[in-house]
Design a protein around this ligand. Structure first.
Ligand SMILES: Cc1cc2nc3c(=O)[nH]c(=O)nc-3n(C[C@H](O)[C@H](O)[C@H](O)COP(=O)(O)O)c2cc1C
Length: 182
């Protein structure tokens, strides 16, 4: 699938997945795309754990509430490590870890789509008060200095899903200056 096609075909899938394994080579290709993303000052704050072991996957999925992808057969866990990129003129430490993982995740979502799989950026409940990410990180033996901030299910979608509506180009993007609506 061409890049442009993948960009337009990607959407957040929350339906059922086919009960077939995702080849390790595909998972690796997706993870490599994530690690190829830019990162602030090339600090490479993102690390990834691919999960294709059925028993481990079930343990991780049991933590996830609401269950966004209970039938998926593979998943990529996104880890971030806070690394200071630089200290600015006011002595403020700049860290671009959030931007870094957002870039990595989008690269992976596009690669997932281009390989014919579906996924969804699942971060909300992973990082909020119920700390599902912490529980999952423990199951995966992740060291303290890393945070598990997002999971990406990877699998063949079984259900048709409606794409969400996006505001028109003209209402969100302009050339040569901001344009207020008439
Ligand atoms: C930072 C971020 C966090 C998200 N967290 C979740 C989540 O926890 N659960 C979920 O179902 N979708 C989550 N999403 C997916 C968004 O809901 C989705 O991208 C948005 O509704 C637009 O739909 P689309 O991805 O189909 O274009 C998240 C997306 C982003 C960028």
């Amino acid at each position: 699938m061409e890049l442009r096609e993948a960009i337009n075909a990607r959407f957040s899938y929350r339906g059922s997945y086919a009960q077939q394994p995702v080849p390790r080579a595909h998972l690796r290709e997706i993870m490599e795309a994530g690690l190829a993303a830019p990162s602030g000052c090339n600090k490479q704050t993102v690390s990834l754990i691919g999960v294709d072991d059925a028993e481990l996957l079930q343990k991780l999925l049991s933590v996830m509430k609401p269950a966004t992808c209970p039938t998926v057969t593979a998943m990529i866990c996104v880890l971030t490590k806070r690394r200071i990129a630089y200290t600015d003129g006011n002595g403020v430490e700049r860290c671009f870890a959030v931007q870094d993982y957002a870039a990595a995740i989008e690269n992976m979502l596009l690669t997932i789509t281009s390989l014919g799989y579906a996924s969804c950026w699942i971060e909300g409940h992973i990082t909020d008060a119920d700390e599902q990410g912490k529980q999952m990180a423990q199951m995966l033996g992740v060291p303290e200095e890393y945070d598990l901030i997002c999971v990406l299910p990877v699998g063949v979608p079984l259900d048709a899903q409606k794409r969400v509506w996006k505001r028109e180009f003209e209402k969100r993007a302009w050339f040569n200056g901001f344009q207020t609506e008439a």
